[in-house]
Design a protein around this ligand. Sequence first.
Ligand SMILES: Cc1cc2nc3c(=O)[nH]c(=O)nc-3n(C[C@H](O)[C@H](O)[C@H](O)COP(=O)(O)O)c2cc1C
Length: 205
Amino acid sequence: MTAAELPGTRADEILPEPGEDPLAAMVAWLAVDPLDPPLGVLATVDPEGTPRCRHLLISGVSAEGPTFHTDSRSQKVEDLAANPRATLVVLSDDRTRQLTMTGPAAPTDSDEQLRTYRDRTPYLKLLAWTNSTATAALPPDGRRQVWAEAVSRRGPAPQEPPDTWTGYRLRPDTLTFWKGDADAPSHRRRFHLRDGGWLAEELPG
Ligand SMILES: Cc1cc2nc3c(=O)[nH]c(=O)nc-3n(C[C@H](O)[C@H](O)[C@H](O)COP(=O)(O)O)c2cc1C
């Protein structure tokens, strides 16, 4: 079931109740289809303290947290090495639900990274092989040539990831569920991890 197919429309029917496990609700809200993964915005802070945001695919989710995959040479990986705390925000396709998760992000193990790579589409597999600063510096024809050379050397969907392929899991210690409501104000419920339990807070939408 995708987030957009969750039953009910009223905020009080959709938001996890105080006392319920917000991580179970997170898994239901994010349900990931590897063929059509949800998109989220990942916020990190760079070593100079500047916030950085970018969209990325949510590759998977378990009660431990959502995963995302990227290039080990990217800005986000540099940011997380200096400060592992990050925020991931996901909007449902119908724009009626928003989930914001904050916590430390750390690399997943190599088996998980390989499984996720193999679930990626042929285009995204090739992208992982060709997306580099050197390729980006080329004119459009040069970038197409790099792509064509990768196809002829490795095939249209290389089964092994490049060394630069990596994955992270964000382990939320704060989750904010936002729900729109057709005949009431939108509403948020935030859960903070405190002394091993979840503390719920009601917030205006
Ligand atoms: C729809 C969409 C999906 C994307 N998915 C990913 C992804 O799963 N992983 C990733 O590293 N970048 C993804 N990107 C590219 C990022 O937004 C970003 O440009 C790139 O990761 C470099 O970010 P950084 O330099 O801040 O690390 C996606 C971009 C868009 C627009």
